[in-house]
Design a protein around this ligand. Structure first.
Ligand code: AMP
Length: 189
């Protein structure tokens, strides 16, 4: 099987694997609002072989970055980050929507297309001694992951990587993640 990079932005997987994985994702037009094509990954997660494959690819890349912790963004990042943390023998750090975390939090408000949103992390979840990889299911505009990365950095952590299964490359979300982190995704649209 030939290994080739299908573009500059994604992890190198074969074209056949790229097509196979994409076939496991269900497109939902006009969800949650008109004009958005929602990439429904529940169909990929439900396929044992496809789920194992994405976890293996992501965990290999994470491992190479030598993190101390894996952080995930609520809610779909919670499917990936703890699983990969377990595979690598590391701890998991949740980044959550407002009002969910019980201890002292560090919060950050960020811009959406219309309005703002807020995410929170426990103030003692990471510190300057930690190298962290941040994971979410999908990179769209980069607002969410950019804010989550900033939150980790506010606590002093070094964010060595930010990873996704899917990147909507046409939205150029990775521009919001510029800096020292290695930004990686498996599938690009
Ligand atoms: P953004 O902040 O624009 O990068 O949006 C990223 C977050 O929104 C991720 O947590 C995704 O799960 C979700 N998201 C945004 N757009 C889509 C889409 N077209 N399909 C599925 N999830 C999306």
């Amino acid at each position: 099987m030939s290994i080739e990079t299908q573009n500059d932005l994604s992890l190198p997987i074969s074209k056949a694997k790229d097509e196979w994985l994409k076939s496991k994702i269900r497109d939902i037009p006009d969800f949650p609002k008109p004009g958005i094509i929602f990439k429904d990954l529940t169909t990929l997660f439900a396929d044992a072989e496809a789920f194992a494959y994405v976890l293996d690819v992501l965990s290999e890349r994470c491992k190479a970055l030598r993190p101390d912790m894996i952080a995930g963004i609520e809610a779909r990042g919670f499917i990936l980050a703890p699983t990969i943390a377990y595979k690598l023998g590391l701890g998991f750090v949740p980044i959550r929507k407002p009002g969910k975390l019980p201890y002292t939090v560090q919060k950050l408000q960020y811009e959406l297309e219309y309005g703002t949103d807020t995410i929170e992390i426990h103030a003692d979840a990471v510190n300057h001694s930690h190298r962290v990889v941040l994971l979410d299911d999908l990179l769209a505009t980069g607002g969410t992951a950019g804010a989550a990365r900033r939150l980790l950095e506010l606590l002093g952590a070094k964010v060595v990587g930010v990873g996704f299964i899917v990147e909507l490359g046409f939205l150029n979300g990775r521009a919001k993640l510029s800096g020292d982190s290695d930004v990686f995704s498996i599938l690009n649209y």
